[in-house]
Design a protein around this ligand. Sequence first.
Ligand code: GDP
Ligand code: ZN
Length: 491
Amino acid sequence: YGTSPNLPTIYALGTPAGTKSAIAILRVSGSQTKHIYESLTKQCIDKLKPRFAHVGQIYSVSKDSRKNRSLVDSPLMLYFPKPNSFTGEDMIEFHLHGGQAIINAVIKSISNLHDPNKLVNIRYSEPGEFSRRAFQNGKFDLTEVESINDLINAETEMQRKSVISSFNGKNKVLFTQWRAKLVSSMAKLTALIDFADDNDMENDTHLLDEIELEILQVNKEINKFIDQLNKSKLLLDGIKLVLFGSPNVGKSSILNCITNEEVAIVSDIPGTTRDSINSVIDIDGYKVVVVDTAGIRNKSNDPIEKIGIEKAKQKFKDGDICLLIVDATNPTIDPVLLDMVQNQDNEQRKHLVVIINKTDLVTLETLDKIKCQLKKDLSNISPLITTVSCKTQNGIPQLLANLTKECQKLTTAREGVEPIIMSQRVKDILTNDIMYGINEFLRNKEHHNHDLIILSEFLKYSIDGIGKILGDAVGLDEVLDVVFSKFCIGK
Ligand code: GDP
Ligand code: ZN
């Protein structure tokens, strides 16, 4: 119903409001597009070639028609007649000069055209309203609409790439396939319910086993998808990189080298970095949250230092990648640290990187000896060992390359697999509806006196879940409200 003349014509800034920029794009969508254009420019819209840029003049419009009209701006204008526009409605874009006074004057003029007595319904857009109309006019399915939102919020290159692939409908294809498979199983089950043959129990059992196999296959595929989704979560929230080491080994200095900013306090007094400082950085497209911990020093009687050690232990557990930093001039690892590193679960072991710092202060032979000793001490973990000097920057590029590799390992199950970004709404439906239905089907099937009708209800639950994700199931309005309320105005 997006093209219904009763639906208000909406307008909004498509570029950020309140910041200075060279141009500001004002978008208009709806049945009054023509009226707005012709009122503002005093020109006939037919003169505009669709989807081509035209320069024209905009004049102010006031409520009082006797008032003089002044020239407001000479913007670039693009006209998109329905249905070939983003929303599927008539649309026009004004590329205004970016001054706030110009923007205000144009917005005021357009709002002055609103006239309920003449059934001219024009108003500023609500968050996500443009995308909502696009959806309602069949321009996108819901996973694609949500991707637009994610795309606009993407901070790093990796996030952008994964959103692009959802936007191109890759996920839509997956969900559609799963639904087709579930519907096919459901059809078989329905046939079984309707035509159950009391004389041929064996054949019935065989058919149900076949259906179960099909469901198990879909179950496997969706679980793989969820696993990938969880790994990709790191792309959005950021990969936690935690720095460890005794006081004064150069944790803060390494953090500064990685971030290229003086974010941490570097000092010669052991134990200066008492509380940890988090900074968010971009390592080759990955969002990384760096956590600098207080130096681990067992013998300290300072209570603040002790709290720091406890905190550090917790952070070690929480970290996605842990950097253990060793001072080349004093390479012994504190027993507390060694214990922490050696008694971790297998999952974290893969993401420990040992860094020997201050290589500028020792000879190559000494460095080799330290490496050998470290390999011996950590033989049960065999972590990656790298050498750097914060002073000369030696080894920093290699360290960054290694960190990039660790980020890749963490976010993708296999090489070449693209990460997936989906909204929380989709994640919730995946677990609460789709997987719930499938798991309950499989669990109930195991009961020797299972009820076929109940089994089919659970399948229906999963199928409806997929419908909710794609946006073509019952109870749609509820779903739409959730999706579109997260959008900013003007999208
Ligand atoms: P933290 O306590 O582990 O955070 O260590 P800091 O980063 O505060 O560094 C302690 C001291 O070591 C400072 O005086 C740094 O300038 C110095 N330092 C750090 N890295 C290097 C390095 O690679 N070479 C040299 N010569 N000194 C370094
Ligand atoms: Zn420090």
